[in-house]
Write a protein that binds this ligand. Sequence first.
Ligand code: F6R
Length: 241
Amino acid sequence: MKLIETNSYEELSQQAAWKIISLIKDNPKLNLGLATGSTPTGVYKKLIEDHQENKTTYKEINTFNLDEYIGIPKKDPNSYHYFMCENLFDHIDIPLEQTHIPDGTAKDLEEESKRYESFIQEHGGIDLQILGIGQNGHIGFNEPGTSFYSRTHIINLAESTRKANSRFFESLEDVPSQAITMGIASIMESKEILLLVSGTSKAEALARLINGDVNEQFPASILKNHQNVTIFADKDAIALL
Ligand code: F6R
């Protein structure tokens, strides 16, 4: 894993965005894996600015999001569908039919998990995956204890994850207890991974990732076995290294 230390969240976002833009320029048909949450929003802002100023085009890009809550309709402001439209898709020239997010309202969620997994593979797999990290080391919504061999699946969210994400909801009770997420094996098949880590609340997780062993109790640790991972971390996140 390569670690890029930046002075601020702004710089982290800019550097990660430049990396993504350069890969899109090299391959205008890139299959881009996306994350939600607070950390990547700065990168998405930079991608939008660049699209407006430099006309980088997303017309041939396909995007594949990591995860979606179970039971939250696409049009609900708390769905990750809604989040992606607000924070990226509505502001660039990507055709919406080329944006893919698992359907957390599917009647048969097992079937939806299988469909999403094979759908990604039929598209040739993910070229570049953007990841955030949970304080407990989750990647996607693969909580501690998830098998490193997992494929897209339904997961019970850890209480700590529900609490952390309750900031987006009116109350903790409103946070779904389950999500559909790409599995760890699915994520590991991405050709290249950018992991974004920002803030003091992630310092412990980053230190454990860098200094700890590879262990299913800390899902992100598997990234040590991937050939092409770059971590973009800001000053606050590297405080414990
Ligand atoms: C989101 C996702 C999660 C987040 C993680 C960090 O699609 O898969 O793994 O990346 O929970 O979230 P933030 O960035 O809000 O701290």
